[in-house]
Ligand binder design. Structure first.
Ligand SMILES: [Fe+2]
Ligand SMILES: [Fe+2]
Length: 469
């Protein structure tokens, strides 16, 4: 269905036919805009930014591009088209028609999962609030804001579900989504990673590579849901999400490319000398990667989880790409989980978090391979790698176990000694911060990052992506 832009809230859900819902959402809308102006990107609110806006929901040609001021962005409610006769693809209700309403007995489970997903969306906007002040280029500034407005849109997506299907509880949860804030000591965001401030662009690129990719896998699982409106919402969100991971992968790639140029110029891979040239040494890039990868792994939850089993049984969350699997009931099979006490065999349903996490890890490896090819082509014998999923965990069976990045169990003192070489130190963070100088001349890049291969939507790299006057 086409998106109706003539209404206060753009939508493709026929909002005008449900006056009560429309009024409730129109009541929430100014609260959202307030939140955006207080917690969204600092400054730049009155500048024209070259943004894409959804105009349809099919994969081809769904977006239009143009300069808009961020507060005027047309946030709205966009669901992927309904699949006729869609059947539940997994769990105890396998093969039955999907649900257009939430079954009463599953209400609180569905609500919790929608709230948890919804909470991450505004959280990331809050985390990234100050980044615009130190943008490495106008191109990057625009990409940051594109990600930010779309995370705001994802909040709308979840709030629509809460308002439409969860009555008064849902409306209260929607208010709470604007009341919690990233890093707030009294009222923080629900998940740990979303309370880590992102104050430098290397972290931003790592976040969009690793943490937005966690988002992709959560959305993939929810796209399988028996609750059809949730599935359709998440399917469209995935289309938007792809750009966020593109920003991450190309962002980290451009930092590496610049480092390689500097290494070639000075003829050494010595970190200190590279830093003197204002580039980021690969050792530091590996440390940032270790930090954001492991922190994102925690988002999948415990390897062995009765919650995950219930969620699968009840049709709430499937496995990413559920159709790839042969057995959708998963009642009789078991799964080997790596724990500090050895391999533990658990029922497959209890291992669903781990199944999703493994698919995520595979997906993370793709970019690492590409970056390593760049390094190899530049004739350096260095490789970046993902650390073991045992390393630096705070959730699951390996939580607080001392291992090195290869996953070898080590003593506390070996761990303490190793940590400054495995994760960013205060000094590393200080160095990265020192590089964060704002560059806003069209086409110019900060010295620590290479230009992108191409601009956005066939525009040149030196296009005025953000008009600063
Ligand atoms: Fe999102
Ligand atoms: Fe995202």
């Amino acid at each position: 269905m086409d998106i109706n832009y003539s209404e206060k809230i753009p939508n493709n859900v026929n909002l005008a036919t449900d006056r009560k819902l429309q009024r409730a959402l129109e009541h929430w809308q100014p609260h959202f805009l307030n939140w955006w102006s207080e917690q969204g990107p600092k400054d730049f609110q009155s500048n024209d930014v070259y943004l894409r806006t959804a105009v349809g929901v099919d994969a081809k040609g769904w977006a239009s591009y143009g300069h808009v001021k961020m507060p005027d962005y047309r946030w709205g409610i966009f669901l992927a088209d309904q699949i006729p006769d869609r059947k539940i693809g997994f769990g105890d209700y396998f093969g039955e028609p999907v649900w257009q309403q939430v079954p009463g007995e599953l209400r609180s489970q569905f609500r919790r999962i929608i709230v948890t997903q919804g909470d991450t969306e505004p959280a990331s906007v809050e985390q990234q609030r100050l980044l615009g002040l130190t943008c490495p280029s106008l191109y990057d500034l625009r990409n940051l804001f594109q990600v930010n407005v779309e995370e705001g849109r994802h909040l709308w997506a979840m709030v629509y579900l809460l308002h439409c299907y969860f009555g008064r509880d849902g409306r209260e949860e929607a208010e709470e989504l604007l009341a919690r804030h990233s890093g707030d000591s009294d009222n923080p965001r629900i998940l740990g990673t979303f309370n880590e401030p992102i104050t430098d662009w290397l972290s931003f690129f790592m976040f969009t590579y690793f943490t937005d990719r966690d988002g992709k896998f959560q959305l993939k699982s929810l796209s399988e849901s028996a609750f059809d409106p949730l599935a359709r919402t998440c399917r469209f969100m995935l289309t938007e999400e792809a750009h966020h991971m593109f920003v991450g992968e190309t962002g980290v790639g451009r930092v590496i490319r610049r480092t390689l140029e500097v290494m070639n110029e000075i003829g050494t891979d010595d970190p200190g000398t590279i830093r003197e040239q204002g580039a980021v040494d690969l050792v530091t890039i590996q440390k940032y990667l270790n930090f954001w990868f492991t922190s994102s792994l925690d988002l999948f939850g415990s390897e062995i989880s009765s919650n995950a089993a219930t969620s699968f049984a009840n049709g709430i969350k499937g496995r990413p790409d559920e159709a790839r699997f042969e057995d959708h009931l998963c009642l009789d099979s078991s799964y080997d989980i790596d724990t500090p006490d050895g391999i533990e065999k658990v029922g497959l349903r209890n291992a669903m978090n781990e199944v999703t996490r493994e698919a995520y890890v595979k997906d993370c490896e793709i970019g690492i391979k590409r970056w390593n090819i760049m390094i190899k082509r530049a004739n350096f014998d260095i490789t970046l790698s993902l650390p073991s999923t045992r390393f630096h965990r705070t959730i699951g069976s390996w939580a607080n176990q001392k291992t090195d990045p290869l996953g070898q169990v080590i003593t506390q003192s070996e761990y303490d000694k190793g940590i400054p070489t495995w994760l960013p130190t205060e000094e590393d963070r200080g160095f990265i911060r020192s590089l964060m100088q704002r560059v806003t001349e069209p086409g110019k890049m900060a010295g620590w990052i290479a230009p992108p291969d191409r601009g956005i939507n066939n525009n040149p790299v030196d296009y005025e992506y953000v008009r600063l006057k």
